[in-house]
Design a protein around this ligand. Structure first.
Ligand code: MG
Length: 235
């Protein structure tokens, strides 16, 4: 007889802090958007996607790191890159494709995170036309701030996304520079996957991506709304 019991204790549920709440936001999946700022696509030597065809990839839910703390420098790379990104938190299941007009109804709130990337492995994968998983979906690859409920944000597209490493500005761009906005990305993603409460979407990074070294301190910001601090563990 099948039962609801597991052979061994189920792994812990990944969760993200929510501004002003004690309860955590439970993470279902982490979707990521590639090439969503034209200047970054250019610096990577990639084509800016034609409208209607965003690039998606995923990270495992338990890659999320919610206490900036000490993020371990990952193995098998000599070129760990930062990509600062707006992160969208979904809190309703979608029944099929979500239209653009109602897409923002599915959003609980927003945070700021880093899409950490083993750039050397990604370049190799691109060269060989292999999947990006080992360059993007590794342990501790998704540091993320507390989520700010959307009711507390007046004008999202008016915000500026930025990243400082050791107090030097590395990346800075207004969210209005995104090629696909939040509603368009939710619409496109829902064509490919059943969107669920608990999904996170990393919305893509502006230009200025570069290496982070052990001991580096970062401040990822939605300026005037959230500053998220952390560091790469010293070895
Ligand atoms: Mg990215």
């Amino acid at each position: 007889m099948p039962s609801n019991e597991f052979l061994f204790p189920a792994p812990p549920q990944a969760g993200v802090r929510v501004h002003g709440e004690t309860a955590l936001f439970p993470v279902h999946r982490i979707y990521c958007v590639g090439r969503n700022f034209a200047e970054h696509a250019k610096e990577m030597g990639a084509e800016v996607p034609a409208r209607g065809t965003p690039v998606f990839f995923m990270k495992p839910a338990d890659a999320v790191v919610t206490k900036g703390g000490d993020i371990p420098y990952p193995g098998m790379t000599k070129d760990l890159h930062h990509e600062v990104e707006l992160v969208v938190a979904i809190y309703r299941d979608a029944a099929g494709v979500v239209d653009i007009a109602s897409a923002l109804d599915y959003v609980f709130g927003y945070g700021v995170g880093l899409d950490l990337t083993r750039r050397d492995l990604q370049n190799l994968a691109k060269e060989k036309r292999l999947p990006w998983d080992t360059s993007k979906g590794f342990d501790f690859s998704a540091p993320l701030s507390a989520i700010i409920p959307k009711q507390q944000i007046e004008n999202l597209e008016g915000l500026v996304l930025s990243l400082q490493i050791n107090d030097v500005m590395r990346q800075r761009a207004p969210l209005s520079d995104m090629v696909f906005n939040v509603a368009e990305i939710i619409h496109e993603l829902s064509k490919l996957y059943a969107l669920k409460a608990g999904d996170l979407i990393f919305m893509g990074t502006p230009s200025g991506v570069a290496a982070m070294l052990p001991g580096d301190h970062f401040t990822a910001s939605l300026e005037g709304l959230i500053d998220f601090h952390g560091n790469i563990a010293a070895v």
